[in-house]
Design a protein around this ligand. Sequence first.
Ligand code: MN
Length: 481
Amino acid sequence: MKQAMKSLLKAGIASCLLMGAAVSVDASAQIPLVPQELEQRRLEVTSHMGDHDLLILQERPHQVRNDDVHWPYRPSNALYYLTHNKMPDTALMVQKSGSGVNSTLYAKAYNARWETWEGKIPTVEDNRAESGIQNVRPASQFDAAIFQTINTMTNVAGQTPTIWLDLGELRGDDDHHRNQAQILAEELKATFPDIIIKNITPFLDEMRIEKSASELAILQRATDITVEAHKAAMLKAKTARYEYQVEATLEYVYREMGAEHWGYPSIVASGSNGPILHYQTNQEALQEGGLMLIDAGAEVSFYSTDLTRTFPQDGTFTASQKGIYQAVLDAQNAAIDMARVGTPYSALSQRSMEVRIDALYDLGLISEKTTAQAQLYTLHGLGHTVGLDVHDPANRNAPLTAGQAWTIEPGIYVRKKHVIASDIFKALPARQQQSITAALDKYDGIGVRIEDVVLITDGDPVIMSANLPRTIADIERHMAQ
Ligand SMILES: [Mn+2]
């Protein structure tokens, strides 16, 4: 990481700590934007390109929901990351130019009909100020400009034009998953069969792993809002009759506090719905005295956080619920403590699994301390980074570096029917099956996941969501209000 960015990052972490300590969030407070940051990113991405290569990023079409109703528009990550563009019909061309970059932004031009029906279109000056790109042209010129630019590149003697696109991961022939860049790649190849197409995605992903100070400030805002939303939802659960009422409270707080959207559909699962990992219908009646599992995160400026709490609907844990909950909490704390520069995330995963294996054995849910048996209950990985994607680019096996924001979200989910139907269980001796069955009867239907966002710093790990009650005592105290 560049030295200048490092000091910015340190300043950012300090301000994040202060913001994290605040009880309320001032939604009107401006996120500190670093003006040079976008130009810096464009410079960094071109460092992977040859001197005459061209990078093209093109916004996806606005998706139709049904008939003439569209989904709320959300820009693609790559274009937003390099320009802060928020509008459809936008494209970016970047070429290396000496020690700098030559960028052209093709943006939606003034259109009276569009402004009448859809809203304000940023002016050329707006686009310049926001992106830092001086060369702003109407989006309608983009198609012609591509062909002109590639033609010019082709005419340079002895040079094969190389075009970089955000191709993402190729997913075969499934049209539904083909992104805009893959379609563009085919069109360019059809017109210019000799050009070389390269994928910029791995380099953009690499850049997004460490967050800058301004990105961390946005993530902290999203996290602070989500903390307040979870706290309100926990209290609502005491009197609500249906899962969707708790969901409504949660998402009311997002909007009330200024988050634009959720980062992913809220999971509000009552009782035995808790062990359903991506439960999203949120339509069922609350199960009185059962556990509630809420996995939900707000999106602010297109950055999403991701928090999960599991708590008793009536505010008091039963003995069985406490047993599973404490096991998950211990596994989470062990992992958080290791979230330090130089340690790979995979080591955190391994440690949290060891803690859960010991606990599952003590609870009688497994008969041998093996990962294979424990995985009947742990079901998913320890976590992921957050950012423009709620599952942001990450490298689990590389040593952690300062500025990475990871979720740490171990779980234990007891589903008697699934365990008994598993080959692992069926292969056990009868006596072991009997003792596990007794424990399954005690804990069946209990699913606990605890998820916080943890910032890697040069010092101790910082729990960005530290204000959300997490221990059994803290949750019971909060819900006693
Ligand atoms: Mn998560």
